[in-house]
Design a protein around this ligand. Sequence first.
Ligand SMILES: [Zn+2]
Length: 218
Amino acid sequence: MDFLDVHTHQSGKKNGVTSIQSLSLTSDIFLAMPKTKPISIGLHPWYAKLNQLPLQMRYMEVLAKQDNVKLIGECGLDKLKGEPLHNQISILKEQMLLAEKIQKPIILHCVKAFSELMVLKEELQMKIPLIIHGFNKNQQLGRQMQNKGFLLSFGSDILKSGSGAAELVKNSTQFLLETDSAETSIEQIYQAAANLKKCSVDELKAIIFTNWKELNLL
Ligand SMILES: [Zn+2]
């Protein structure tokens, strides 16, 4: 059974690892977008511009339907970077509606805007799975997001003992794992999660495999 990495910015292929490479359509890379390997595509809040949205959404509408596009995103909200928040919300909404239309899960980037995310989920009555990637806030906020129906994905933060991410991994089976842009390998992240859960890496692989299957990512 492979290690599953739901969110990475690395393009390389590694034996024994299935990963979803995240591409932002705000750069020109989409002209050479992979046609077969699993990817996610979206307008990243750091780079997305409201005045380019109509054009970029036209590309998104076409490309998002490709079979190898497993997720829409990363997209999301970031109060520390990018366009003013109300513009980011407009950009995110379009992508959420597209994801709902084509029935693909969304992978979200969120910095200091968790309550806005909850409001959007309600307002748009989202039914598709919404994954918050790289969750590194406290356990209480994590639980709150899980209770609102968000799925959390954790990265290298689970290696910091006592962190919110580590505690959430310890106490739940509904989560995904990722490398993002970190140096830490997916194998190390699985090992850390297995240690936290006091289970074997193989048992953990089975848990994550089930979570992926439920999302139709395999
Ligand atoms: Zn990322």
